[in-house]
Design a protein. Structure first.
Length: 441
């Protein structure tokens, strides 16, 4: 007996006809074994011969005496057939069991789904509601919720969205799965219950995060949620929807367009909110400035409200040498003492539009670099202060510091600055001699 069953299990997937034959022999040897009988039905569902399925089902049911025992086995066999896609045979078995088990939740659920497949949605709704009530009497919450979900689908087919929403609300609390929450979001939005729809949408996002995958229905719900949030200018909510869709369906056909639309909304929002401009990464910051009518004005407003100038200058690093460099330098100069990076200040000096701004930036840069570990940069900063003030003594001091520190590159830059300050004569000739010496170093 055990050998027959084992051989049938091996043959089931690849040779269902052989498996059915082996299981039929097993049933004949042990007619009271319900497990073997159900495996016989399952083997028959793998075959395309409807007559073979009917014969196998009859043989399986014959292992039980007529009455409640045979009806119970018929229910089990019907579930096996329904799961295998043998829907007609499943319905026939559910009908057969109904006489002895009229309030069995599985019987009512199976018959309700069968009516729904035939388009008899009113009859389906009545049977499915009865299935939910019967499951509730047995304290089987999950079976009740599954029946309610099926009943909600029938109510939707009848265009009764309120009835659909009522059933889904009860089912979602038990199942807490993405598919049920997605259906509930849709129902509540159709009814205009926006606050309740938002709560269901939050639950849907949490469920998607837990499950890490999504059916077509759920993916479409995520896509609709993202589109609706964008339409209502709810950028953060749209970002959550798009992010969820990207995680569970990275190849969704609408994902690219949604991502681009979200990017456009976020950039537009930042353009109207200078205080948050420097939260963007450099490429997106550049994109915001490029799309605004007055980039210099937006930049001035953003710098004026920024509490972290070092962070702002870091975000603007790629723009400091461009057309906006002067705006950046002039706006930072009055607050140069707030900047911790001497290098950043040093880079801005040449971009400043006034001598006063240059001097402020240079003085702050020197103060920062003086206590650092780069004597060449500190000497160059001092020289820039001297150049701004046209102070030759300060320039000489800066050059001496650079040469003593052995920082030839900084010394060359200081000489160039000094040549722009001194006139003709012996001082200039001396500087030219230093330049030649440094060039040879």
């Amino acid at each position: 007996m055990d050998a027959l069953r084992a051989a049938a299990e091996v043959a089931l997937a690849a040779h269902p006809a052989l498996a059915a034959e082996l299981l039929a022999h097993a049933c004949a040897r042990r007619p009271s074994d319900a497990r073997v009988a159900l495996r016989l039905v399952e083997a028959a569902t793998h075959r395309t011969d409807r007559g073979a399925l009917e014969r196998s089902t009859a043989a399986a049911l014959a292992t039980r005496p007529p009455g409640p025992e045979r009806a119970a086995l018929a229910v089990d066999a019907a579930v096996v057939c329904e799961l295998a896609g043998a829907e007609e045979q499943a319905e026939a078995l559910f009908e057969r069991a109904r006489a002895h088990r009229p309030n069995d939740p599985r019987v009512l659920l199976g018959l309700g789904r069968a009516r729904a497949r035939r388009g008899e949605h009113a009859a389906a709704l009545e049977l499915l509601d009865r299935a939910a009530a019967a499951a509730a009497e047995e304290a089987d919450e999950e079976a009740e919720a599954r029946a309610l979900v099926a009943a909600a689908a029938a109510a939707r087919r009848l265009e009764d969205r309120a009835a659909e929403e009522l059933r889904l609300s009860r089912a979602a609390e038990v199942l807490d799965d993405a598919a049920t929450w997605a259906a509930l979001v849709d129902a509540r939005e159709a009814l205009g219950r926006s606050d309740a729809a938002t709560r269901a949408a939050d639950a849907l996002l949490l469920a998607v995060g837990r499950e890490g995958r999504a059916s077509d229905v759920v993916a479409d719900a995520l896509q609709r949620g993202a589109a609706a949030a964008l339409e209502r200018d709810l950028a953060e909510r749209a970002k959550a929807w798009v992010g969820a869709l990207a995680r569970v369906r990275p190849g969704h056909p609408r994902l690219g367009a949604l991502g681009r639309a979200l990017e456009e909304r976020e950039l537009a929002a930042r353009a109207s909110d200078p205080a948050r401009l420097f939260e963007l990464d450099p490429p997106r910051l550049g994109a915001v400035l490029a799309r605004t009518e007055d980039p210099a004005g937006l930049l001035r407003d953003a710098l004026a409200t920024s509490a972290d100038l070092d962070g702002a200058l870091g975000a603007l690093e790629g723009l400091r040498g461009g057309a906006l460099g002067s705006t950046i330098a002039d706006e930072v100069a009055p607050r140069a003492d707030e900047v911790r990076s001497g290098e950043a200040l040093l880079a801005l000096i040449d971009r400043a539009s006034t001598d006063e701004a240059k001097e402020r930036l240079a003085a702050a840069a020197h103060a920062r670099l003086e206590v650092g570990s780069d004597p060449g940069a500190a000497a160059l900063a001092l020289a820039r202060v001297g150049a701004a003030r046209r102070d030759t003594a300060m320039l000489r001091a800066a050059l001496t510091r650079a040469e003593r520190a052995g920082t030839t590159a900084a010394a060359r830059d200081i000489v160039d600055l000094a040549l722009g300050v001194v006139g003709t004569g012996a001082a200039r000739a001396a500087l030219e001699a230093v330049r030649r010496r440094l060039a040879e170093a």
